[in-house]
Design a protein around this ligand. Structure first.
Ligand code: ATP
Ligand code: MG
Length: 262
């Protein structure tokens, strides 16, 4: 494949090292999302590993709740990743606007994608609303496998798990991450979807880090309204990773708690 085979359309979003565009494969007519990673930036920041991981993982692992990667190619300046187009955009646009039922649906589907990754020994590490893509008919898929398996701290501050933070006010340190960080992030996701803001958000970075490792979350009316939400947050936002639900336990609970086939 090469760039000339595609008609390039509107920009769908910005990533760390490039942008994502709507594109059409001229010969087949297929509509795809084309992620353009600028080599100079991506490589200078030591993400070569992460890029090749994203491509490797994405093309090999297929699951209904993971955004499929169709292939990739590169030229002198960029690496291009061809993936399925998510027509309903990122979940970020729905934060604070969903019903309890919808929020539970999202977490269940994200959980299924994560369970599949965990079964293959892969930790996603960057679950957040910007990295979950929406499709018609209430289907959600986990995208952005760029941080997967890489080194260094990835992820938004608000979604960091306590075990990913060293010290209460100090900087972030690199610690080996394990599957419980994704379960924690599911708890943060559920909270933010309903409440419109993440549970440990504070005015300062130090405040947020302290809240994540030491403080509880505010049980607002929206949060305590549904017993299932209370239960999930109680089991996912456990400070000690070993005491948290596993992703499998979370998915099994949600499957029992939601009466919908999808
Ligand atoms: P970061 O890790 O900083 O979030 P990134 O470089 O990994 O960014 P992505 O998250 O993959 O980039 O993509 C950036 C944005 O482009 C997404 O947040 C989303 O808005 C849009 N986007 C990405 N993939 C698709 C897709 N398959 N379909 C529709 N939009 C997409
Ligand atoms: Mg992203």
């Amino acid at each position: 494949m090469h760039l000339g085979e595609f008609r390039i359309g509107k920009k769908l979003g910005n990533g760390r090292f490039g942008s994502v565009y709507l594109a059409q494969h001229k010969e087949s007519g297929y509509i795809v999302a084309l992620k353009v990673l600028r080599k100079r930036e991506a490589l200078s920041q030591g993400t070569e590993r992460s890029v090749s991981h994203e491509i490797g993982i994405g093309t090999q692992l297929r699951h209904f709740n993971l955004v499929p990667l169709y292939g990739w190619f590169h030229d002198r300046e960029n690496v291009y990743i061809v993936m399925e187009y998510a027509e309903a955009g990122e979940l970020y646009n729905k934060v604070g606007k969903v019903t309890v039922q919808e929020a539970l649906e999202v977490v269940l589907q994200v959980g299924r994608g994560l369970y599949f990754l965990h079964q293959h020994g892969i930790v996603h590490r960057d679950i957040k609303p910007e990295n979950i893509l929406c499709y018609q008919h209430g289907i959600y898929k986990v995208g952005d496998l760029g941080g997967v398996g890489g080194i260094g701290v990835v992820g938004t501050l608000d979604y960091l798990a306590p075990e990913s933070i060293a010290g209460s006010t100090g900087g972030l340190s690199v610690s080996p991450v394990s599957t419980p960080v994704d379960v924690w992030a599911c708890g943060v996701l559920l909270y933010e979807l309903l409440e419109g803001r993440p549970p440990f958000e504070r005015p300062t970075r130090e405040g947020t880090l302290r809240a994540i490792s030491k403080e509880g979350y505010l049980r607002t009316p929206k949060i305590v309204e549904d017993a299932r939400v209370v239960k999930i947050l109680e089991r996912c936002l456990v400070k000690r990773g070993e005491e948290r639900w596993t992703i499998r336990e979370m998915v099994e609970y949600l499957e029992g708690a939601i009466c919908n086939i999808r």
